[in-house]
Design a protein around this ligand. Structure first.
Ligand SMILES: C[S@@+](CC[C@H](N)C(=O)[O-])C[C@H]1O[C@@H](n2cnc3c(N)ncnc32)[C@H](O)[C@@H]1O
Length: 324
């Protein structure tokens, strides 16, 4: 008997090379890609939640076809060159578990395409719902925020979405990572927002000062900071290991930067200003560590799709005693 042999042998995987000879149309390739992704258990959650959608995204976007392509065109044949290129991407997705957004250097956020690579997190923040609602009811159309800050901007997706939804506001997008700011700069240029979205390198709020050293003041500050406990890194699907560690992990079980932000944001908010921070599943930790805290958790009524992706808000007056 072979020591440690599994009781049931693992099912053979369909070969990712020999099996592709009969694929000719878009539909063939999408169907095959979806089945192989399921078979190889690639992780979803960086843009889609279904293997079929992930396959549609990978195949159509790599061919520079619209993602809502009429299915009447799905019988179109790929050229041999296209077939080789697309199948190569599907193989890398399945065998190396590289997220689709990095394979394509493109992620979609709130219906807009962003350049991404492994220097930035793949956009997927639940802030999308709040931005779409223009942070109602905290801000209104009559009194919108005029100065906005996105801390830890990564690709710049949140800052650019803010700029699009508050067209009269000026926007600062900050990050500690020069690499991330290089990607954000490319997106700011692609969206032709150089005049309105200002990139600044800063360790949280520490370096956000004007020419005379005074803190820059904002009506609305948002942040999707790193909040994953480094001890959980080993449990994350392989796809996460392609994302920058600086964008994912923070000390104190993920909450180090969130706490620092809460302690310092007050001096950067206008009297009517508000801070919104995404903390993922850090909600439980905050509720346990600070049972009397003054943070307001957003709910589904505020447009959040999933409460696993927690966001809190707090106004300037309350920030001074946020621990309660
Ligand atoms: C979770 S990612 C968010 C990226 C983007 N805002 C999004 O939602 O897709 C966190 C970002 O915070 C940046 N970051 C990490 N530590 C920071 C710090 N001390 N100060 C400012 N930014 C920081 C990382 O470089 C990364 O781009």
């Amino acid at each position: 008997m072979i020591p440690n042999s599994p009781a049931t042998p693992a099912p053979a995987l369909y070969p990712l090379i020999e099996d592709t000879r009969h694929l000719t149309t878009l539909l063939d390739v999408i169907r095959w890609a979806a089945s192989r992704m399921d078979e190889h258990q690639v992780f979803l959650g960086h843009g889609t939640t279904q293997y079929w959608d992930e396959a549609v995204w990978l195949v159509l976007d790599s061919l520079r076809l619209p993602l809502n392509l009429d299915s009447a065109h799905w019988q179109a044949k790929l050229t041999p060159g296209e077939l080789t290129a697309v199948l190569g991407l599907v193989r890398r997705r399945c065998l190396e578990h590289i997220p689709t957004a990095y394979l394509l250097n493109r992620a979609w956020f709130m219906g807009e395409p962003y350049y991404v690579d492994e220097r930035v997190l793949i956009p997927r923040s639940p802030f999308a719902a709040l931005i779409a609602e223009r942070f109602s009811p905290w801000f209104t159309a009559e009194k919108p925020p005029e100065s906005l800050l996105d801390i830890g901007t990564g690709s710049g997706c949140l800052a650019l979405a803010l700029a699009a939804h508050f067209p009269a506001a000026w926007v600062v997008a900050s990050d500690i990572s020069f690499d991330a700011l290089s990607v954000a700069a490319r997106n700011v240029q692609d969206f032709q927002q150089d005049e309105r979205v200002h990139l600044m390198q800063s360790d949280l709020l520490d370096d956000l000062v004007d020419d005379s050293g005074q803190p820059l003041i904002f009506d609305l500050i948002i942040s999707n900071p790193p909040y994953v406990d480094p001890d959980e890194a080993g449990d994350l699907p392989r796809e996460y290991h392609f994302e920058p560690a600086l964008g994912l992990y923070a000390e104190q079980r993920g909450m180090a930067l969130v706490e620092r932000m809460l302690d310092t944001a007050g001096s950067h908010l206008s009297p009517q200003g508000r801070l919104f921070v995404e903390v993922g599943n850090g909600k439980r930790l905050i509720d346990e560590s600070f049972p009397h805290h003054k943070l307001t958790w957003l709910t589904e009524a505020d447009g959040l799709v999933s409460l696993d992706a927690a966001i809190f808000t707090i106004d300037r007056a309350t920030l001074g005693h946020w621990r309660g």
